[in-house]
Design a protein around this ligand. Sequence first.
Ligand code: HEC
Length: 121
Amino acid sequence: MHMKMTLMVMATLLASGLAGCSKPVTYADVEPLLMKQCASCHTDDKEGVVKSGFSVSSYDSVMKGTRLGPVIVPGSAASSTLYRMVSGETDQKIHMPHNGSWLGVGQLKLIERWIDEGAKK
Ligand code: HEC
């Protein structure tokens, strides 16, 4: 009984240790999410691009941001307009995605980690 508990604790510690060392999140990890949740309005001449200039068609366009400037501050999700908009920290009128749906907790965490870890390509 005790042995089993100890093994479980060790397994948990090992797993969290490994997670801590996992490789940084890159754009390749985030891209499928942006394609699924944002591309319908933020590619080509769709309404999101027409109205704001923000396009998710490439890493460079995402980093370029809107016509007014960047929406991502590499290293700080909390300071990034994009993260604030999807996580619900801005006015509801500008919450993204604009269609009333919300990103899942796992998706938000992924974007947060990506930006916090430097928004790498
Ligand atoms: C249903 C369409 C739609 C979807 C889906 C959508 N957007 Fe938007 N987005 C818009 C429109 C339209 C605007 C222009 C501003 C406005 O009308 O509020 C905009 C503006 C923006 C802006 C610029 C805000 C500013 O400061 O001007 C960002 C950043 C943004 N969207 C990010 C996203 C992200 C990230 C996703 C996916 C998680 C997403 N959007 C999904 C329609 C959409």
